[in-house]
Design a binder for this molecule. Structure first.
Ligand code: ZN
Length: 359
């Protein structure tokens, strides 16, 4: 009896139990659970009547659940792609269409590619990527022009090659897209003073660079030093200023606000990167250059947040960031303990699940 109670207790303390109880679809794909009394395994979001905690076991993968002798639940069908996975595959196909088309297809054509109604497609695209199809296309085009401007050829060629069909319109927006004139960008940031900050986000290291005219680079990578070197290579004629504490705080704050690690987990990394980049760029664009400290005091909240006084998301995000570090330490400790043979693997998986930032 004591052993049963103890087992139930262990399960109830596991954060994954909470995900099962609340049928949290965000946990789908991150683990599975089996039920001893029925012999089946389920996704966390399964709508079946919840089992008693003492009869439950967690599995990191479908294969692990099946190896343990469980069969897939007929209700949540954990052996078939989930709705989230199906949607991600459709949206990825649309993103590829946008990226390869010479002119961005209209909404109806994109919806047809996804085999959805226009309304449903627009909503799904936004829900999966965090940006609208139009914003995604705009960011992709902007990335292309930045890359083209770094190569040989005329500025005009670079603008048209990237898919802009009006030179004048591009020039009107160049500060917002390049943080400087196309000519200055082309000439390695000639005469520009560029502040940059490097931080960490769910996609790895992130570098944000801003001139006094606007954002001129947002890049992701595994290696912060490589990001800094790439910035130097891109803007050899600019004066690069790192270690500006105010700017670093601003970037950390903006990235923290819009960070939504759950977003697009089923998307390829480059699609997630483009969408994330667009959201950071867009959020920073709303803050005039030169504004740093006053931003934090203005109480204004950018990205998907509401203004500060009612913005629980903003406050919890900041708290979430520091909790995230604590949770990472817990994972490290659990991992050490496992190495010493003192902790069961499932405890580490639970710690990892708890440490993974959530939306
Ligand atoms: Zn099920």
């Amino acid at each position: 009896m004591n052993a049963v109670l103890k087992q139930a207790d262990i399960i109830e303390r596991d954060p994954r139990w909470q995900a099962i109880r609340t049928r949290d679809a965000r946990a789908d794909g991150r683990f599975y659970y089996s039920v001893k009394t029925t012999g089946v395994y389920c996704r966390p979001s399964c709508g079946a009547r919840p089992a008693r905690p003492e009869n439950i076991a967690f599995h990191a993968t479908r294969a692990a659940a099946e190896r343990a002798g469980f069969r897939p639940c007929k209700r949540c069908k954990p052996d078939q792609p989930s709705l989230a996975e199906t949607n991600a595959a459709k949206i990825t196909a649309v993103c590829r269409l946008i990226e390869t088309a010479t002119e961005t297809p209209n909404l109806a054509a994109l919806a047809a590619q996804a085999q959805m109604s226009v309304y449903h497609f627009h909503r799904t695209f936004k829900a999966v990527t965090g940006v609208t199809p139009r914003a995604y296309a705009a960011e992709h085009r902007a990335q292309r022009v930045r890359a083209q401007l770094g190569r040989a050829g005329s500025v005009t060629d670079a603008i048209f090659d990237a898919g802009y069909n009006s030179n004048a319109r591009f020039y009107e927006n160049s500060n917002a897209l390049l943080g400087m004139t196309p000519r200055a960008f082309r000439h390695g940031g000639a005469d520009a003073q560029i502040r940059f900050a490097i931080g960490q986000c769910s996609l790895g290291a992130i570098l944000v660079a801003r001139s006094d005219k606007g954002i001129c680079a947002i890049e992701f990578g595994d290696d912060p030093d490589a990001l800094a070197r790439a910035l130097q290579d891109r803007f050899p004629n600019a004066q690069l200023i790192g270690g500006d504490a105010e700017f670093e705080r601003l970037v950390a704050k903006v990235v923290g606000f819009i960070e939504a690690p759950q977003l697009g987990l089923n998307l390829p990394l480059d699609v997630r990167g483009t969408a994330f980049q667009q959201r950071v760029w867009d959020a920073l664009r709303k803050i005039p250059a030169g504004v740093t400290a006053s931003y934090s005091e203005s109480g204004e909240c950018v990205g998907r947040c509401h203004p500060m006084p009612s913005c629980g998301a903003q406050r919890s995000r900041v708290v979430g960031l520091s909790l995230g570090r604590g949770a990472q330490a817990r994972v490290a400790r659990a991992r050490d303990a496992r190495v010493k043979g003192a902790t069961a693997g499932s405890e580490m998986e639970a710690a990892e699940y708890a440490a993974a930032p959530r939306n």
